[in-house]
Design a protein around this ligand. Structure first.
Ligand code: UD1
Length: 394
């Protein structure tokens, strides 16, 4: 198992290229199941979870070709995937695969919409709270899917196709919204999704589906209308940049001090997160290239933050913010509202407090958790002056 060694205290200066968003890439790859034509995705991050989803889709008969090197390309440019679900040979997603990544459960929607059936294991995945799928199932039922739960599997059937319907989510859910949009795209008639998630990744997937011939309006707002079409075609789409990776490096600069330009990203993808950093005393300047983050000399002020669905402060940046606020002068208050028990990092931070004072060097174990969501983290940071290296296990 790889580890990462960090000798703290170096300021960060330079540029960090931001990769394509994992949380857009996964549903975009899954959306390829909706068509027998080829979907080409650019700016796909090199992440363990992308590789895992590739295997899961492969099991359904999906062919994925990874584009080769192109002139002038650097190691940080995203990959291009050519995805073809021309022949879906298996509509079952087994426990062994789904349990390793929760988002793979979402294959249920395009499979039932296009093939009329799907048998998908209930997810396991990340250990943050219980993450039920009741609202995803509700959405599928509203569109005419018969659902049966048997032996830990969700069996979804719609032999004569899905029909448009009204879906009112009692709680904002990203996965529920993706599921509803994908299923409604091929349903017979018009669907309305109320209290939809407004995350930029929802809009990115809807934009791609519209290029494929879907008729989706309102993505990015809480009311989405989908006029179903009989079939979708192929398309080429560039994955939106990763706002969580952006926010994470912005917080790293806030923590160490320094001056870094985060490239290939936009402030409006994470305005709530950047506003919190501004309150803490960090200088944030949107530029043509991306976002410039500076902290020189000044200390950090404490903040009071509550996580919320987009456009609120993202739960996926909550742990990073907590780490940052250990460096602020005064008491911060952080309230988690999305996943009640997403506080496993609290004990680890408490331990780190002791370690930092003792030796100034930190070893991070089980780096595969980072590799699931962050591309070349140690290289991006060392490129800006951090004393950090990966210790590859033999
Ligand atoms: C997505 C993101 C994840 C992020 C989360 C919240 C991806 C691949 N993952 O996860 O990084 O942390 O959004 O922003 O995009 N819920 C139910 N019933 C359901 C579904 C969800 O009660 O059927 C609850 C969940 O327990 C949670 C809340 O709704 O409390 C939000 O979950 P949801 O938005 O669905 O998260 P994911 O889509 O799994």
């Amino acid at each position: 198992m790889d580890r990462i060694r960090i000798h703290g205290g170096q300021r960060l200066n330079g540029t960090i290229p931001i990769s394509g968003a994992k949380n857009a890439t996964l549903p975009l790859m899954i959306a390829s199941l909706l068509t027998d034509k080829t979907l080409v995705l650019d700016n796909v991050p090199r992440l363990a979870d992308v590789g895992l989803l590739q295997r899961i889709l492969g099991n359904h008969g999906v062919d994925i070709m990874v584009g080769g090197k192109r002139p002038g390309e650097t190691q940080y440019d995203g990959q291009t995937l050519h995805i073809s679900a021309a022949n879906v040979i298996d509509t079952t997603a087994p426990y062994e695969l789904v349990s390793r990544m929760r988002a793979s459960f979402w294959v249920v929607a395009p499979l039932v919409a296009r093939m009329g059936e799907a048998k998908v294991s209930m997810p396991g995945g990340c250990a943050i709270g219980t993450r039920p799928v009741d609202l995803l199932i509700m959405a599928l039922e509203q569109l005419g899917t018969q659902i049966e739960i048997d032996g830990g599997y969700v069996i979804a059937r719609a032999k004569s196709g899905l029909r448009g319907g009204e879906i009112v989510f009692p709680k904002v859910t990203v996965g529920g919204t993706h599921t509803a949009i994908m299923a409604a795209a091929l349903a017979n008639g018009t669907s309305v999704i109320e209290n939809a998630a407004r995350e930029p990744e929802i809009k990115d997937v809807a934009d791609c589906l519209n290029k494929m011939g879907a008729k989706i309006t309102g993505a990015g707002t809480s009311r989405i209308v989908v006029e179903g079409v009989a079939r979708l075609s192929g398309a080429r789409h560039r994955v939106v940049s990763d706002r969580i990776e952006t926010g994470t490096y912005a917080m790293a600069v806030a923590m160490t001090g320094g001056d870094v330009v985060l490239e290939n990203t936009q402030a409006d993808l994470l305005q709530a997160g950047l506003d919190v950093l501004t309150q803490a005393g960090v200088e944030i300047t949107p530029t043509n290239a991306g976002i410039r983050v500076t902290r020189n000399g000044s200390g950090l002020a404490p903040v009071d933050v509550t996580t919320a669905p987009f456009p609120g402060f993202p739960t996926d940046l909550q742990a990073q913010l907590m780490a940052l606020m250990t460096r602020a002068k005064g008491t911060s208050r952080i309230t988690e509202t999305i996943f009640e028990n997403r506080f496993m990092h609290v004990q680890e931070l408490a331990r780190l407090g002791a370690d930092i004072r003792l030796e100034g060097e930190t070893i991070v174990n089980r780096v595969y958790h980072l590799d699931r969501g962050f591309e070349r983290l140690e290289q991006k940071l060392s490129g800006c002056g951090a004393d950090i290296e990966r210790l590859v296990s033999g």
